[in-house]
Design a protein around this ligand. Structure first.
Ligand SMILES: [Zn+2]
Length: 423
């Protein structure tokens, strides 16, 4: 029986969201947390974007060190041969790619101004897949952007061409959140049956249905005999109204009426990390968690009315579908109301040693303490907010990786030779 896997795209769709972004250290922490939770793959960034190179390389090093394991780290690029070439020049160790091209007539007209027809799109995709294979990519997903507004017959043809040329998955992008659960089920089942590749569901929330559509799409893929890969983000942060939230989608897959009896997750998600990870994402993006967010919202387990309060006290199952313990909630949140020493960019050795000491981190000597402090200062400069405990611990544990993450390579001649002149 085919299964459901999760590919989180916080570090790609989430960070390309208007008004939002993450520092390279924050992106790395997201990868660490996703790995801890058991997510199959993190779409960890943009290999052709110059300022991502050192971050991507550093994260691949963490993977080689066994730290970011077993999660897969996949890059997102356009289906353009030149982008594939640039990817492997800037990030030679990259192993997993998703290659994207628009497939709808709307986009062919509206984006390419009618200069490309459907056949051109198929050829572009094939050329990019073959180039990625030639460079030794271990897995390739092919993304059909605006798939939900693409004629299904063409989408099947596109998928078959991708498969013939060695793609491993087909990503169905409901780019505008246009699908509903009924339409996406049909489309994905048709693709799974007629293309014969695992299907990725990339759903947006413009009509409030990203999670529901992800579930319906996964059912379609599995009913059609193929694995389903659901794209999610932390707290649903993504373009416009956002993407399917990782935690809400996991809850929906595992807790909704009868679903898990037939459709199972291939690689279990550890929801006991949900509370911590969701709070980190909220802090890092500077976006509060909505009070009514499934599982992690402040009201998710709050009961005000007499009847509900009485009922839940008698038996939680009266008014709760799942327990707060399952999401890692329940411990009191300690908020410092007295003196607080923050790890800002101008912190000195005394305050820093105090903070690290509270986390039971000690240094071999003053030199080592100074070195870690300097890295923490730089991390603060990039994030423009105090670092959380896990970030400080990360820097203390992996100073060389942190150094790489915090280095913005100047655009000197040797770099320009690789990336080409500014467009
Ligand atoms: Zn998207």
């Amino acid at each position: 029986m085919a299964k459901i896997y999760f590919i989180d795209v916080t570090n790609r769709d989430g960070v390309q969201t208007a008004n939002l972004g993450l520092s390279k250290l924050e992106k790395t922490m997201v990868n660490m947390y996703l790995n801890d939770m058991g997510v199959f793959q993190s779409e960890f960034g943009f290999p052709t974007t110059k300022h991502e190179s050192l971050y991507l390389q550093a994260n691949l090093e963490l993977a080689e060190m066994g730290v970011l394991q077993p999660i897969r780290l996949g890059g997102w690029i356009r289906a353009v041969v030149a982008d594939v070439e640039k990817t492997f020049k800037l990030v030679p160790g990259i192993k997993h790619l998703n290659i994207s091209v628009s497939t709808s007539d709307q986009m062919l007209q509206g984006k390419f101004g009618g200069t490309k027809d459907r056949e051109d799109i198929v050829v572009m995709m094939i050329d990019a897949v073959e180039a990625a294979r030639a460079h030794g990519a271990e897995s390739i997903g092919v993304n059909a952007e605006d798939a939900s507004r693409t004629e299904i017959d063409f989408l099947v043809r596109f998928g078959l061409a991708a498969k013939e040329h060695g793609a491993d998955r087909l990503r169905y992008c409901d780019t505008l959140g246009y699908d509903n659960a009924f339409t996406i089920y049909q489309s994905i089942k048709t693709l799974a049956e007629n293309v014969g590749l695992p299907v990725e569901l990339h759903c947006h929330g413009d009509l409030g249905m990203a999670v529901a559509n992800s579930l319906a799409g996964a059912k379609g893929a599995i009913d059609g005999g193929q694995d389903a890969y659901i794209n999610t983000t932390l707290n649903g942060i993504g373009e416009r109204a956002g993407n399917a939230d990782l935690i809400a989608t996991t809850l929906a897959v595992t807790k909704s009426k009868g679903f898990a009896e037939e459709y199972q997750i291939g690689k279990p998600i550890d929801l006991t990390k949900a509370w911590k990870v969701s709070k980190f994402a909220s802090y890092a993006f500077r976006v509060p968690i909505p009070i009514n967010q499934p599982g992690v919202g402040a009201n998710a387990f709050a009961h005000g009315s007499g009847i509900h309060a009485d009922g839940v006290l008698k038996d939680p199952e009266n008014y709760e579908l799942y327990s707060f313990n399952e999401l890692g909630r329940g411990d009191p949140d300690l908020v410092e109301t007295g003196r607080e020493i923050c790890s800002g960019q101008y912190i000195g050795i005394s305050g820093f040693s105090h903070i690290m000491g509270q986390m039971e981190v000690s240094f071999e000597d003053d030199r080592q303490a100074e070195e870690i402090l300097e890295l923490a200062r730089y991390a603060n400069v990039e994030a423009q907010k105090p670092l959380v405990e896990d970030e400080l611990l990360f820097i203390a544990k992996y100073p060389e990786i942190a150094r790489k993450l915090l280095t913005l390579r100047p655009l000197d001649k040797s770099v320009l030779d690789i990336i080409g002149p500014p467009a």
